[in-house]
Design a protein around this ligand. Structure first.
Ligand code: ADP
Ligand code: MG
Length: 141
């Protein structure tokens, strides 16, 4: 295990229900530290670029529309094994399959409106963090 950083997004279905604090409580209880955070509104272009790998999927247009439907919170989380740990506490993509106690089991509305995003590899975490944050916005200690 090693100290890692991962990108988290609290999605519009969660911000619209005022769940930012409750999601952050689950994050902090897991031991992960929120070392950068901002509330922004994505544009169609930015959301499309962020989800570029899914461009050919049937749900791509809907996903982009959903992600720009309201504000999102983008965050950098740091901790031991942060990438896998955050994926674990997020729960499965489809909330029906997510384990009890996970963010998606607790809060997600559907496979699309599933409350949070988390990076899935070291390489993608690096890419996704620099997509939203500059070095000076990330305060490590
Ligand atoms: P994850 O967010 O768990 O890494 P994916 O990378 O596979 O999942 O998908 C990205 C996002 O696209 C999901 O979090 C969800 O919002 C949406 N999505 C994935 N699969 C579907 C689907 N079958 N129908 C609608 N939306 C989906
Ligand atoms: Mg993914």
């Amino acid at each position: 295990m090693s100290e890692q950083q991962t990108l988290s997004i609290i999605k519009p279905d969660a911000t619209s229900r005022n769940l930012t604090g409750q999601v952050n409580t689950i994050i902090e209880k897991s031991g992960l530290k929120i070392i950068a955070q901002k509330r922004i509104k994505l544009t169609e272009e930015i959301a499309g670029k962020f989800y570029e790998v899914h461009r050919d999927k049937p749900f791509f247009q809907d996903l982009v529309s959903f992600m720009i439907s309201g504000p999102v919170i983008v965050q950098v989380l740091q901790g031991n094994n942060a990438i896998a740990l955050y994926r674990k506490i997020m729960g499965a993509t489809n909330p029906v399959e997510a384990e009890v106690g996970t963010i998606r089991k607790e809060f997600a509305l559907s496979i699309e409106a599933n409350s949070v995003h988390g990076s899935d590899s070291i390489e993608n975490a690096k890419k996704e963090i620099s997509f939203f944050f500059s070095e000076t916005e990330i305060i490590k200690n």
